[in-house]
Design a protein around this ligand. Structure first.
Ligand code: L37
Length: 291
């Protein structure tokens, strides 16, 4: 086989637009407005950008959208009071506390304080447990949910016979990703920083999900010819040729990935899907509350 053909680009932006169109249609059919509260603590610049993208998308869909931006020095009691007020607010169906939190705050304690029915990030022990046992009422974390939709575009819903390798084991992405792939009948390996011969392992993957958060760590020779590559990374690296002085890259060295059968670009791949799935999770929480 010639390697001259380039991989199919999986257009996350277009697929996300289709998801949000469906969300808009279902929102119009509801008597209540889906309500999303996004909580940001501190000044992490990337988080600031993502949070405002989420609030704006929610507004554009006709949601009730509120954003709480708290100073970096906010204490646990004050943050928990904000969460408690949102839990009690019937106009709010989804609560997202953007991670990472400043070091002095215990993220697990904050997540545990969110009403599981409003936990649209799917990070609570309740929702993680529901996903683990295959309970369909689980709220599933947005990024892995978006990745599954992208994989479905290439392979359909049944991944029988395919070997999936997930690089990364976080509660936000790697772990739920592996569960979803396995529930779709893939054979799944979770790799991480302590995995020996990661390149060799990755080369066995029909579906490779890179979610390590390390810029361009997956090189061209890690990719099995024809594999589907899902790039979850978003890192900013210095680039003197840009006016901004930096450029966004994924966990995959995209220019080396010519052997892939299909690949998500960064930007325009997984990122927009993360936001679309947050809207979908919030809509579905509102639909449930309206029943
Ligand atoms: N749900 N998402 C949730 N909870 C969190 O706690 N940290 C976090 C989280 N992360 C997150 O929102 N990530 C994210 C990353 C990228 C995008 C959106 C969300 C995105 O849309 N990126 C664009 C590029 C935007 C840019 O220029 O920075 C993209 O096309 O990839």
């Amino acid at each position: 086989m010639s390697s001259a053909s380039s991989p199919r680009l999986i257009d996350g932006k277009a697929i996300a637009a289709a998801v949000t169109e469906d969300v808009a249609r279902r929102t119009a059919a509801l008597t209540v407005k889906p309500g999303l509260a996004v909580v940001l603590v501190g000044e992490d610049p990337a988080s600031g950008v993502y949070v405002s993208m989420k609030s704006k998308k929610a507004e554009s869909l006709g949601f009730h959208s509120v954003q709480h931006t708290l100073p970096a020095g906010t204490g646990a009691a004050d943050l928990l009071a904000v969460v408690a007020a949102l839990n009690a607010d019937p106009a709010i169906h989804g609560i997202l506390v953007q991670l990472p939190l400043p070091k002095h705050l215990d993220a697990a304690a904050v997540i545990a304080a969110i009403d599981p029915d409003k936990d649209v990030d799917g990070l609570s022990v309740i929702n993680a447990g529901r996903l683990t046992v295959g309970d369909r009422s689980a709220i599933v974390p947005c990024t892995p949910l978006g990745c599954m939709t992208l994989i479905g575009e290439v392979h359909g819903a049944d991944l029988s016979g395919l070997h999936a390798v997930v690089i990364g084991r976080s509660r936000l992405v790697g772990l739920p990703m592996a569960l979803l792939l396995q529930q779709a009948n893939a054979t799944v390996t979770i790799a991480h920083s302590r995995t020996p011969d990661l390149p060799g392992l990755a080369r066995g993957a029909d579906i490779l999900v890179a979610a390590a958060g390390r810029a361009e760590m997956v090189r061209g020779d890690w990719i099995k010819p024809g594999a589907t590559v899902i790039d979850v990374g978003t890192s900013r690296v210095p680039d003197a040729t840009r006016t901004s002085g930096q450029r966004l890259v994924g966990d995959v060295a995209f220019d080396e990935a010519g052997a892939a059968g299909a690949i998500t670009p960064v930007p325009g791949g997984v990122g927009p899907m993360t936001i679309a799935m947050l809207m979908k999770n919030t809509l579905e929480a509102a639909e449930k509350a309206a029943r």
